[in-house]
Design a binder for this molecule. Structure first.
Ligand code: AMP
Length: 231
């Protein structure tokens, strides 16, 4: 990441919101429609856990308890991932930053490459609905498409609509107890970032309790508007 930035700075978007707000689903849709690379620190950490790396071993205990992994570990993982060639087309950050320290580290990383944040988009949801949303969700183990027992079932039971895969996965930390911990970590450590980005003049708020496609359309408009502004 060090050195001179690209001639045209690649756009950077952040999705903020509590667990269950739909960050992963919406980031995937935006990455398809706008050619952005989705960077999910949750996915990167889960990959480190399954590879059994030293960072993964440290992260696993914290993730299982619903807490936040240490800033040092997460920032190092994100730093390495941002340097990959596919990030040159622009990124959508899903689940990072989650603390003020991470937000400042991101500012410093982007300053090194002459990039800035186009928009930090807060998915505004009703907290009380999040436990129900999270408890029924699952993903296709082959293509990563997200589903929900009640809100977005597969057309044929156990078969992915998108790729036909039949191996469905549920996250180990999607239990009601862990979700309560994750929500309280969000309010204590991540929600203050809404003010942080508002003060920087890059915050957009999107009501995110409705149909997935309608929310996606609103997010897409924010991405288009804030990308054009910078060209
Ligand atoms: P997610 O997939 O975004 O819901 O993240 C799953 C879990 O990974 C969280 O509950 C945290 O334990 C950990 N995690 C993901 N991203 C971060 C981050 N930016 N900072 C600290 N912990 C994180």
């Amino acid at each position: 990441m060090d050195g001179a930035g690209p001639a045209t700075a690649a756009p950077v978007f952040i999705l903020l919101g509590p667990p269950g707000a739909g960050k992963g689903t919406q980031a995937r849709m935006l990455s398809d429609t706008h050619g952005l690379t989705q960077l999910s620190t949750g996915d990167l950490l889960r990959a480190a856990v399954s590879q059994g790396t030293s960072a993964g071993r440290q992260a696993q205990v914290v993730m299982e308890a619903g807490g936040l992994v240490s800033d040092d570990i997460v920032i190092a993982i994100l730093h390495d991932r941002l340097a990959a060639p596919d990030c040159a087309q622009g990124v959508i950050l899903d689940g990072f930053p989650r603390t003020p320290v991470q937000a400042e580290a991101l500012d410093a990383l982007l300053a090194n490459t002459g990039q800035r944040i186009n928009a930090a988009i807060s998915l505004d949801v009703d907290d009380t609905a999040m436990v129900a949303r999270i408890s029924g969700r699952f993903t296709c183990g082959d293509c990563g498409e997200g589903y929900h027992d009640r809100f977005k079932p597969t057309a044929a039971a156990g078969v992915c609509d998108k790729c036909g895969g039949t191996e469905m996965k549920r996250r180990a930390d999607d239990t009601p107890e862990t979700v309560a911990e994750r929500l309280s970590a969000y309010h204590a450590q991540t929600a203050p970032l809404i003010d942080y980005y508002e003060a920087k003049g890059v915050l957009s708020r999107v009501p995110a309790m409705g149909a997935i496609e309608q929310i996606a359309a609103k997010l897409s408009r924010v991405v288009t508007e804030t990308t054009t502004q910078l060209v």
